[in-house]
Design a binder for this molecule. Sequence first.
Ligand SMILES: NC(=O)c1ccc[n+]([C@@H]2O[C@H](COP(=O)([O-])OP(=O)(O)OC[C@H]3O[C@@H](n4cnc5c(N)ncnc54)[C@H](O)[C@@H]3O)[C@@H](O)[C@H]2O)c1
Length: 330
Amino acid sequence: MVLGVGVVGCGSQGLAHIERFLKDGRVRLLAVCDIDEAKAKEAAKRFNVEYYTTYEKFLEHPNLDIVSIVTPNYMHASQTVAALNAGKHVLCEKPMALTVEDCDRMIETSEKTGRLLAVGFQLRFKDVFQKTRGLIRELNEPMNAYVLRLSPNPYDLNLEWRRRKSLMGGLILSMNCHEIDMLRWLLGEIEYVKADLKTMLYRNLIDYEDNAWLVLGFRRGLTATLGSSMTAHTSIYEYTIICRNGTIKLHPWENKILVFQEHTSKTIVMDKDDPLQKEISCFIDSVEEGKLKQPLASGVDGRAATAVIEAARESSEKGGLAVKSRRFES
Ligand SMILES: NC(=O)c1ccc[n+]([C@@H]2O[C@H](COP(=O)([O-])OP(=O)(O)OC[C@H]3O[C@@H](n4cnc5c(N)ncnc54)[C@H](O)[C@@H]3O)[C@@H](O)[C@H]2O)c1
């Protein structure tokens, strides 16, 4: 039986999802939904599917098995819960939700309905990150990590949801949930956070940080620092991971990894890839097999990133004190 897919949110990322579902070829795109009728109509015409401007009506479509949620961050929780309750499997874009309570509701609903819930941490599917994960094991015992993600403002600040922390979650949630998830995936559970969040340049436009430093303490004892900025004049995205037997320097956007050891060094350059395609194909595999397939991020992973960011906000409010990240009781 061919799985039926619906995509909610026909912005740039929603269109990227649609293209990947179509390219996979194993599913049938049946419907799109957007509150902006012009966008919904245009996508429907382009991809020859039905369109809806009301999410409830979209969910009533009789043949949807999968719903991809690609709306502004503040809609993720309620739309995911509604889709799961309507019997759909959900791929929810990152960040999973703005609060840990919302993440808990999403996870509980997935468990109650028996429907799959995955979170769109697509960097896990990028070859250079998968290679780095293997290198960390080979080089033995990571001891410290440094991540920089600096760029000019990447957001369209004409959109209200991109200006308000209560709708977007701020820079450290909307952008750096990727790095938090990646560091967890590479290095294990995060125990505590110290943070310094500042709004330096866009004070008149946004009510969240445009520059941030996070210090992350891991259960296994090592520390990572993460610097983030949306006020730089160039883009820098790099990871340095110091392990006992070598140091890895990763440039994800250049698909390049440098490995330094005592008397040698090497450069690994990988082919350009499409992590979103691999993520979406892995989600389709998961629905066909009835369980989430690695390295897809689960609701628990999405929740962990939101929990670390909540702790970072609390730390910054307390002047940089270490704050423990919230976990499940069990
Ligand atoms: N994984 C990634 O690397 C990645 C990259 C880009 C965006 N994203 C995520 O994708 C999501 C969308 O981002 P975008 O850049 O496409 O945003 P966007 O603002 O361009 O598009 C969002 C769309 O959702 C529509 N919308 C708003 N409220 C809605 C509602 N209640 N019901 C239906 N439609 C609604 C808007 O009209 C708009 O067309 C965000 O959560 C963002 O964080 C993830």
